[in-house]
Design a protein around this ligand. Structure first.
Ligand SMILES: Cc1ncc(C[n+]2csc(CCOP(=O)(O)OP(=O)(O)O)c2C)c(N)n1
Length: 640
């Protein structure tokens, strides 16, 4: 790889030289169908799982025929076939994915472990703490391996942590641990084999610290100036490959001749694999000479849905009864739990307590604690766990206690859930319920509208119902969808809005808007609480014929429905509770200008909440809300 780098045939390389015994020993100690979450030093995981060198070379050369169709660099790819989950740059998020896989093994009563790697630098990340804590609290069979190689990029261990040894941290989690010589492959292999048995038999996690050294720069371009020369001399004597070779020679397992034969065979294999035809090869450094299709790029962002629900709610003629918005969500969740034996619910206080809003009250009695899971207070680890469950074929719904708290799970959602299908074809079958919105005097951290953060992220779906019938049907559709769905539930609607809801299990299609009322004077395109404001306004102003469109899904948007609203009235007001700048109103307005300009009789207008944090005082909050300026906005538009 160093030669290919010098030749400009790969763009970047993270070397594991000096640390090979850890990747190889750990991988060989596991069964081939046990998931591993490797990082950038772990080439040995990929080769020990016997991934063909030919395809690996194509991967690192950015070829369409690699493991990520040219979409990912260095070690950021995985392979379901080899039970390897690809890392994201952020390092720590790998750890909680191992929790999810281990939870799946535990629930299936399989004798298996998952194994996740971290560097000593990565142990400073919050994700390390969250993942180890969840694994301990939930008694999950996970092996966490720290490769302590002395430096995190240029940062020495003395500037990384203050405990004497990193395994000291295990005690704090109530976890067993051991520190070993990471440069001795037999010690690594034997230890991990034994630890694997322990984790399976005791259904517990385990922390292993492998002491080792990084013999090259962080990546090849970054150099090693900050490392004292003597360190290289000292650690060169402990080289894991040379020492193992020496040991095998002393034990008379190898001779000079067999060593030469093995080296020759490796050389031939490597050169042969490199020279195999790669299709039209493309170098990530030199730009693309391979033809990529935009259609394929867009298609691979989402996993294809296999529809299994025949009936749409609108086709339902009987069996409806009045339900509150809150009860409709509860029923959608409950019927989904009955429908999918592989569906779990996770969230803070959702079990016996029934959740902050009591949506899951009574669920523990019906579905048991295995499937209705109270979580520790750690949003990031639970999103990661949900992804790990998905790797093993589980569906999960995570309840954010309040949508505002999603900020501490943001990385896993934006960088892992959203991108994984596009990066290496692994779907994230996860729904995140987001109790959102204001009007309840709850202040800046319990009332935000934050849907726009997610609309800007390809790979997510964003659903935001306004009626009980839609809430139930869209939630069922979200759970049936194999992609990550952010499901927004306006808290103020929970108990204030009622409507007819079919009793049966049905889906409302994601990505389809609904016309709430037809009128010719002006169209209000809105969603969530905005739909109720618009209806209330229309009822109070019968003299204006208002066309109201409820978007219901914000990603993907229903462009034909938006186009029809423009065509039928020529005047568009986009109304949302979210603040103005960067809200979805701007996106819709831009799209209308580009695609429907000839039908417009006035500029597209937006009515949104003030560009301030949402305040606590009820009068201030009322003034903050878009609703306070709705009349003014409609008058302005009509007068244009
Ligand atoms: C969240 C985040 N912050 C910073 C970085 C940049 N970065 C990449 S690797 C690295 C050092 C990692 O050190 P360690 O965990 O000890 O692993 P090592 O590289 O030594 O194997 C840093 C700072 C990153 N990738 N992600």
């Amino acid at each position: 790889m160093l030669v290919l780098l010098r030749q400009g045939k790969i763009s970047k390389w993270f070397s594991g030289i000096g640390q090979e015994a850890i990747s190889v020993g750990a991988t060989l100690a596991l069964h081939e169908d046990e998931w591993i979450m490797p990082l950038h030093r772990n080439l040995g995981v990929f080769t020990s799982r016997k991934m063909p060198l030919h395809k690996l070379f194509m991967q690192w050369q950015g070829s369409k025929n690699g493991y990520s169709k040219g979409r990912e660099r260095s070690f950021h790819f995985g392979s379901k076939e080899h039970f390897i989950c690809g890392m994201i740059s952020h390092l720590g998020p790998q750890l909680a994915i191992a929790d999810g896989v281990a939870l799946a093994y535990k629930l299936k009563k399989q004798d298996k472990v998952s194994l996740a790697f971290t560097g000593e630098g990565g142990t400073s990340e919050g994700d390390f703490h969250e993942a180890l804590n969840v694994a301990a609290v939930w008694d999950l069979p996970v092996i966490f391996i720290i490769e302590n190689n002395g430096y995190g990029l240029s940062t020495p261990t003395s500037e990384q942590y203050r405990c004497e040894n990193l395994i000291d941290k295990a005690k704090g989690y109530g976890m067993e641990s051991v520190q070993i010589d990471g440069n001795n492959i037999l010690e690594v292999y034997d230890t991990i084999k034994g630890v694997r048995e322990y984790c399976i038999n005791n259904q517990k996690p385990y922390l292993i610290e492998c002491i080792t050294f990084r013999m090259r720069g962080h990546e090849e371009a970054s150099g090693t100036k900050y490392v004292p020369k003597e360190m290289f001399e000292e650690w060169n004597k402990k080289d894991p490959i040379k020492n193992y070779e020496h040991y095998l020679t002393e034990e008379k397992v190898l001779s000079e001749i067999t060593i030469a034969d093995i080296r020759n065979e490796f050389k031939k294999n490597i050169e042969g694999s490199l020279n195999l035809p790669t299709g039209r090869q493309v170098l990530s450094t030199a730009g693309s000479s391979e033809s990529f299709s935009i259609e394929e790029e867009l298609n691979d962002v989402y996993a294809a849905k296999k529809s299994n629900v025949k009936r749409q709610a609108s086709e339902t003629v009987s069996g409806s009864r009045g339900l509150k918005f809150f009860d409709a969500i509860k029923e959608g969740l409950q019927q989904s739990m009955q429908q999918h034996q592989n569906l779990l619910l996770m969230g803070q206080d959702i079990a016996e307590y029934g959740g902050a809003f009591k949506i899951t009250e009574g669920f523990v009695e019906e579905f048991g604690k295995d499937r209705i899971r109270n979580t520790p207070l750690c949003e990031s680890a639970i999103v990661g766990t949900a992804l790990g469950l998905s790797l093993e074929g589980y569906k999960s719904v995570m309840e954010m206690q309040f949508a505002d708290f999603v900020t501490v799970g943001f990385n896993q959602i934006i960088n892992n859930l959203a991108k994984i299908n596009y990066r290496w074809g692994q779907n994230a079958d996860v729904v995140i319920r987001m109790p959102t919105g204001g009007g309840v005097g709850a202040g800046p951290f319990h009332s935000q509208s934050n849907e726009a953060w997610f609309i800007h992220t390809p790979g997510l779906k964003v659903v935001y119902p306004s009626s009980p019938e839609d809430a139930k049907g869209l939630l069922i559709a979200a759970i049936n969808d194999p992609n990550p769905v952010m499901f927004f539930e306006h808290k103020a609607l929970y108990r204030s809005v009622s409507g007819n809801v079919p009793k049966e299990y049905y889906e409302i299609e994601i990505g389809k808007a609904k016309v709430i009322s037809i009128g010719q004077d002006v169209s209000i395109i809105t969603y969530g609480a905005g739909v109720h404001w618009a209806v209330e306004y229309a009822e109070a102003h019968p003299e204006i014929a208002i066309n109201i469109v409820d978007l219901r899904t914000l990603l993907p948007l229903d462009y034909p429905a938006i186009k029809e609203a423009v065509r039928s009235t020529g005047k568009i007001l986009i109304l949302h509770e979210d603040t103005l700048i960067g809200g979805i109103g701007g996106e819709i307005s831009a799209w209308i200008n580009e695609n429907c300009f000839e039908w417009l009789d006035a500029p597209v207008m937006r009515c949104a909440s003030l560009d301030t944090p949402i305040p606590f005082n009820l009068e201030l909050e009322k003034n903050f809300m878009a609703k306070a300026r709705l009349h003014q906005a409609i008058e302005k538009l009509l007068a244009y």
